[in-house]
Design a protein around this ligand. Sequence first.
Ligand code: GDP
Ligand code: CA
Length: 325
Amino acid sequence: MRNVTVLAGGVGGARFTRGLLAHLATAAPDAAVTVIVNTGDDLWLDGLRICPDLDTVMYTLGGGINEEQGWGRPEETRRASSEIAAYGRGWSWFTLGDLDLATHIVRTDLLRSGSTLSEATEFLCRRWQPGVRLLPMSDHPIETHVCLAENIDEHAAGDYIHFEEWWVRYRARVAVTGFEQRGPADAVAAPGVLEAIQTADLIVLPPSNPVVSIGTILAVPGVRAALRSTTARVVGVSPIIGGAAVRGMADACLHTIGVETSALAVGLHYGSRSQGGVLDAWLVDETDAAALPALAAAGIRSAAAPLWMTDLPTTTAIAAAVLAL
Ligand code: GDP
Ligand code: CA
């Protein structure tokens, strides 16, 4: 096992990858891990480019994450945000701590001086040393927007708002009719992304949101085709346990695209590579073992194991189960 490539969102992808690195440290010390991260959540806030999933993965693997929140830095203050609010500006529904703001200022400065997002990410990682090669899915801004099904505040039904506004400001509690990836018509995968899929020995879809994290990466031109043609095995880990999105609100996303919130339905949604999908194998939680026959019938090799990422040992065991599968 030399090259392992992970397609990740924020919290689920970051925690899984931390366990994967711990497992590989003993099981395959020469292995190199590349993490392709969703950038559909990226947004501009008062002149700063925020990349929520890239930062969560970078801070988590670099030892700088606020563990309770799953995003941002520990022991944060909010003094800069309060000062900005005193001018009547800022981001009332999005929290940015002072330490985290420094990352956004440095990234924005790099982007404004001509760096690509890949280059800016590499620069930030020189400090955090995440132990993986961290690649944004694209250097082009491809942002996820949602179409509102009802009026809310200053928005009317039928309006599109940024995914993060729906997720953070409205906690995904406002009905939406769909997701739309907005970006330049010529948007392509970032340098190294397709190669990392084509030359991998193993590809993992960690327990990330199947719609707005992994689904967004799969929609980048060339990514799905690369996954379908790679000689590597593609193994997924269910983000749904016992019919519930473990942390967060993935059920609202699945409901919107008409997929049931279950380990089986998400596995079938990804589909078997032998039948036009992207998976060779799918790991479900031990409480979802009843799904195994239906997955086998759909051409997806599967197994059941405890999938709660409660701490590093349990998460390392999940990574070991992925490699075993
Ligand atoms: P986000 O971008 O921060 O929302 O993070 P991701 O998309 O990477 O992952 C979010 C998803 O991870 C959630 O919707 C959950 O379904 C899943 N998740 C979170 N914690 C766990 C866990 O302990 N076990 C499993 N199997 N899935 C989890
Ligand atoms: Ca995210």
